[in-house]
Design a protein around this ligand. Structure first.
Ligand code: DHB
Length: 376
């Protein structure tokens, strides 16, 4: 987005290119995210390869319901792995003669309070290099250098959960045409996909779960048990070729800017995976940031830079509210007799009440934000 506005930018990445291209992450893109990629001319492969979904399926009490948000909004959710989005960005930067600098080690950020920020790193050949810039965009995640650099100057609101998501990728045919969340008294099961014969599935498990204790057979048995329905065929099993465990966490740090160092995406906030907002929020942060920086270079205005944190945080907290709503409805939280009947009542409401379903769908497909920029 910066290069498109004629603003020079350099992307540093700690890992090597093969690692980044293969790193498995979520894969549900909001319509809003797809619109941004489309405007950048980066959606050709996405349109050819992605799966276009109307919403998702919701299953509970052995019954299956399709929540069709497309019918309500005319918009879609798109299944396209995060690694594919990243690959398209890497290829585009290469084409524009600004290739990603991979294997950048020992990165440090200085001068962000004096208006003369510098980013130093050691390149793949072991040479120390320094980049002088006007702005630093910290897009390096929760464990990255940028967040650590300003840790003393930001305040963090956080909620943790007593459970994690055990995720698999498997060679099996999806049983639903679109993703499905199954709420079961014992916990959530997610049935998602990456293609006609690849499924991406998740199970709610205790936070202290040992992945080695979950054989493929045990995972399939639990997925099938939780997902069993009277109105649908059983899950198809298949070879599991990736297995991972992800803790759930909700976290927001404020402000998202300290001097000329800006935090974007997971460097500033984390959402639980329910509803798949993480990547999408990073894209909207990047839009808000690029708009603010673009305005500065186009007209000298600083108000958009000053508003960056508040503007981004408005959308971040909307996403937190959405993710919390879905997370609390779909996961088992308590052993008391209230947990399941309360969750079931909320789920039934989404099936019975058009307004409640629309409210969820509106955020699921992406709250709008300005992507066509004019500076006056
Ligand atoms: C997927 C990820 C999610 O976080 C989710 O809520 C649904 C699907 C996925 O990886 O396909």
């Amino acid at each position: 987005m910066l290069l498109r506005q004629g603003i020079d930018a350099i992307v540093l990445e700690q890992r090597d290119e093969a690692y980044v291209r293969a790193r498995v992450r979520a894969g549900v893109l909001e319509q809003t995210t797809v619109d941004v990629l489309d405007q950048l001319g980066l959606a050709d492969r996405l349109y050819a390869e992605a799966l276009r979904h109307d919403g998702f399926y919701l299953r509970f009490d052995r019954s299956t319901h399709k929540l069709d948000f497309h019918a309500d909004t005319g918009r879609n959710a798109w299944v396209y792995g995060q690694a594919e989005v990243v690959a398209d960005l890497i290829d585009d930067l290469k084409k524009r003669d600004r290739p990603v600098v991979f294997e950048a080690a020992d990165v440090s950020v200085d001068g962000y309070l004096t208006g003369r920020p510098e980013v130093a790193y050691t390149d793949g050949e072991g040479r120390r290099r320094v980049i002088e810039a006007d702005f630093v965009a910290g897009c390096d995640g929760f464990h990255g250098v940028c967040r650590a650099t300003v840790a003393d100057r930001i305040a963090t609101a956080e909620r943790s959960y007593p459970f994690a998501w055990l995720g698999i990728l498997a060679h099996s045919t999806p049983v639903t045409a679109e993703g499905m969340y199954t709420a079961h008294p014992d916990g959530l099961a997610v049935h998602s996909m990456r293609g006609p014969h690849i499924t991406r599935q998740y199970l709610q498990v205790p936070a202290d779960t040992d992945l080695d204790a979950w054989s493929d057979e045990r995972i399939w048995a639990e997925l099938r048990r939780r997902s069993a329905a009277d109105d649908w065929p059983e899950l198809e099993t298949g070879e599991v070729f990736e297995k991972s465990l992800a803790p759930l966490r909700s976290l927001v740090s404020e402000p998202m800017r300290v001097g000329s160092l800006f935090l974007l995406g997971d460097a500033a906030h984390i959402v639980p995976p329910t509803g798949a907002k993480g990547l999408n929020l990073a894209v909207s942060d990047a839009c808000v940031f690029s708009h603010a920086v673009g305005g500065f270079y186009a007209t000298g205005r600083k108000d958009l830079l000053d508003a960056y944190s508040d503007t981004a945080l408005d959308r971040v907290w909307q996403a937190q509210a959405f993710s919390w709503n879905l997370t609390s409805m779909l996961h088992r939280f308590d052993d008391d007799g209230f947990d399941w009947p309360l969750r079931r009542a909320r789920l039934q409401r989404l099936v019975d009440c058009d307004d409640d379903r629309r409210a969820i769908g509106h955020v699921y497909l992406g709250l709008p934000f300005p992507t066509a920029w004019r500076y006056e």
